[in-house]
Design a protein around this ligand. Structure first.
Ligand code: MD3
Ligand code: FE
Length: 217
């Protein structure tokens, strides 16, 4: 009976797709809190503006980044690290808003990881052409904790490989309000984002913003 009700109204049933062992895609999961998320994001960016960081090799990233929470991920000529202070302002990163923390906790639980309490949220901004090459996330202390990612704005092609760099990536289209949870065996899988296609998103315009919630320490 309940299932029939959902089927009669398209696009309201929350979906849950397995991407790999420990990796789950929750399409549209952020929709109910979309406007609160965007309001909180604006306040963060006013305190800690997006910036294009430099890799240790001296290349400037096409993705612009900022952070909120107790720790923020930074990269410069000295390397990659989590830092409690924004190097551009010498101030602590903006606090992680309650709406961020609660969404990450609920999404992680829906993905099978109860009690996820992130202490870092890396915020990536992609403009058309920006990309992220294949990499592993291994600057965190505890690989037992998942990573939760929230996609906002223009759609992106997410490339999801395996435990070896040479594993052929599969492609997933991540759209506005989609959330993905990566834990267990997939936590250390190689992944990246293809160059962002140009477009105009009704709410965010010509950009994609991705929030990644992490347990850094
Ligand atoms: C899979 N960001 O910030 S989020 C990153 O869309 C990053 O901005 C991409 O990769 C983005 O490090 C992808 C999804 C993501 C994040 C971490 C993962 C996928 C992951 C860690 C392990 C496996
Ligand atoms: Fe990553």
């Amino acid at each position: 009976m309940t299932a029939d009700l959902f089927e009669a109204v398209p696009d309201v049933r929350p979906s849950r797709e397995a991407m790999a062992d420990g990796a789950v895609l929750l399409r549209g999961f952020a929709r109910p809190v979309e406007s609160d998320l965007l309001a909180a994001l604006r306040e963060i960016v006013a305190q800690a503006p997006f910036r294009h960081m430099f890799t240790p090799g001296g290349h400037q990233m096409s993705v612009a980044m900022t952070n909120c929470g107790n720790f923020g991920w930074v990269t410069d000529r000295g390397g990659y690290r989590y830092d409690g202070v924004d190097p551009d302002t010498a101030k602590p990163w903006p606090a992680m808003p309650l709406v961020f923390r609660e969404l990450a906790l609920r999404a992680a639980a829906a993905g099978g990881f109860d009690g996820f309490v992130p202490d870092a949220c890396l915020i990536n901004r992609y403009e058309p052409g920006a990309r992220m090459s294949l990499h592993q996330d291994k600057d965190e202390n505890d690989f037992g904790a998942p990573i939760v990612s929230v996609s906002l704005g223009l759609p992106a092609i997410f490339m999801f490989g395996g435990i070896r760099r040479s594993d052929r990536p599969r492609r997933f289209r991540l759209e506005h309000a989609d959330i993905a949870v990566w834990g267990g065996p997939s936590r250390l899988f190689f992944h990246g984002v293809a160059p962002l296609a140009d477009g105009e998103h009704a709410v965010l315009g010509r950009q994609r913003v991705n929030l990644t919630f992490r347990k850094a320490r």
